[in-house]
Design a protein around this ligand. Structure first.
Ligand code: NAD
Ligand code: TYD
Length: 353
């Protein structure tokens, strides 16, 4: 038995592959094109482990994906591969349409051809698990109830619009062709192997380098933070017991304004790696806001708890401490991802801001 994971060299995908193989002997075929966000160093601990099969390729390459499915005959596809950074989607939406929309469409078509050819029992047991985001629901006012699975889709960024389109394709492939799909919409993740273009790792990495900590606008935008290991356990729960055709929201019950997140990171670093120059919060700077910046996301995760008994294991306090410790312990990983392309991105997003 095996599963096929797409985007398994990225942040959440690599955590998922590591978690999966820590708990199961079922082979993971990992299809990843290795964009700037994909990093095989995340999976270095699996070198020589036959349960991990890495396939370098693009989800849009029908012929290659068709062959991969025939060669490995997975019982499920867990689809993480995406362009995932809102700020990059503002500067260059093209790649988001190509991977998130066209890529999901092509992958669904490969999956459908493969699934149609399975025998009855294998066909019924097959799952296409689409990993998506709470950002498809748009922005909440301060006192609005959290997003449930039936909240209207109101995406506001090129990233969230492309993910919304991919969610709709997955839904349609179930309704039209009967494909056994499940979709999960998760809130903001944080944890090990998080590329330092996103808020939490950027703040840790910049603080340690004595660089400014750029907060967009007033910093009162709210996100619902979930430790990545909890996202992985939720996906496993949905894959194992989620009802076909259903959507499950995944969240941390942990809404916090960005400003608080940055201060928490600074306080932890003050304790764990004090800087003789003074508290890290001295580096905080408020910079021009993100265009179309969503004010608040919040997930109502009662459905997954009610149906599948899933709840996050980490609180924000335990998860963020582990995360800061991980970055302190993995300076080599941080140095390795700060390539020329990474420096170019910092210049595009921050220098001219
Ligand atoms: P990431 O950007 O860290 O990783 C994406 C991975 O996909 C990379 O390894 C990249 O090389 C690969 N990839 C990109 N285009 C590809 C293509 N055309 N073919 C094959 N591989 C390709 O992203 P992430 O943060 O790990 O997010 C994973 C998934 O989870 C995404 O679908 C994202 O929308 C969703 N999600 C992310 C968050 C979050 O907070 N990061 C929250 C909710 C949902
Ligand atoms: P991010 O990690 O990019 O995730 P998303 O936009 O998908 O929620 O950003 C999280 C929040 O942090 C978001 O409100 C934007 C804000 N932010 C900053 O204030 N400064 C930064 O340098 C970055 C990268 C994000």
């Amino acid at each position: 038995m095996s599963i096929l994971v797409t985007g398994g060299a990225g942040f959440i995908g690599s955590n998922f592959v590591l978690d999966w193989l820590a708990q199961s002997d079922e082979t993971v075929v990992n299809l990843d094109v290795l964009t700037y966000a994909g990093n095989l160093a995340n999976l270095a601990s699996l070198n020589g482990d036959e349960r991990h099969v890495f396939a370098h390729g693009d989800i849009r390459d029908r012929e290659m994906v068709d062959k991969l499915l025939q060669a490995h005959r997975p019982r499920a596809i867990v689809h993480f591969a995406a362009e995932s950074h809102v700020d990059r989607s503002i500067h260059g939406p093209d790649a988001f349409i190509k991977t998130n929309v066209e890529g999901t469409f092509k992958l669904l078509e490969s999956a459908r051809a493969y699934w149609t050819g399975l025998d009855g029992e294998a066909q019924a047991a097959f799952r296409f698990h689409h990993v998506s985001t709470d950002e498809v629901y748009g922005s909440l006012s301060a006192d609005a109830p959290a997003f449930t699975e039936t909240h209207p889709y109101e995406p506001n960024s090129p990233y969230s619009a492309s993910k919304a389109a991919s969610d709709h394709l997955v839904r349609a492939w179930h309704h039209t062709y009967g494909m056994p799909v499940v979709t999960t919409n998760c809130s903001n993740n944080y944890g090990p192997y998080h590329f330092p273009e996103k808020l939490i790792p950027l703040m840790i990495v910049n603080a340690l380098a004595g660089k400014p900590l750029p907060i967009y606008g007033d910093g009162l935008q709210v996100r619902d933070w979930l430790y990545v290991g909890d996202h992985c356990s939720a996906i496993r729960a949905v894959l194992a017991g989620g009802r076909v055709g259903e959507v499950y929201n995944i969240g941390g019950w942990n809404e916090k304004p960005n400003r608080d997140i940055v201060h928490t990171v600074c306080t932890l670093l003050d304790e764990m790696r004090p800087d003789p120059a003074g508290p890290y919060s001295r580096l905080i700077t408020h910079v021009k806001d993100r265009p179309g910046h969503d004010r608040r996301y919040a997930i109502d995760a009662r459905k997954i708890e009610r149906e599948l008994g899933w709840r996050p294991a980490e609180t924000f306090e335990t998860g963020i401490r582990k995360t800061v410790q991980w970055y302190l312990d993995h300076a080599d990983w941080v140095a390795q991802v700060q390539s020329g392309a990474y420096r170019e991105w910092l210049s595009t997003n921050y220098t001219a801001r």
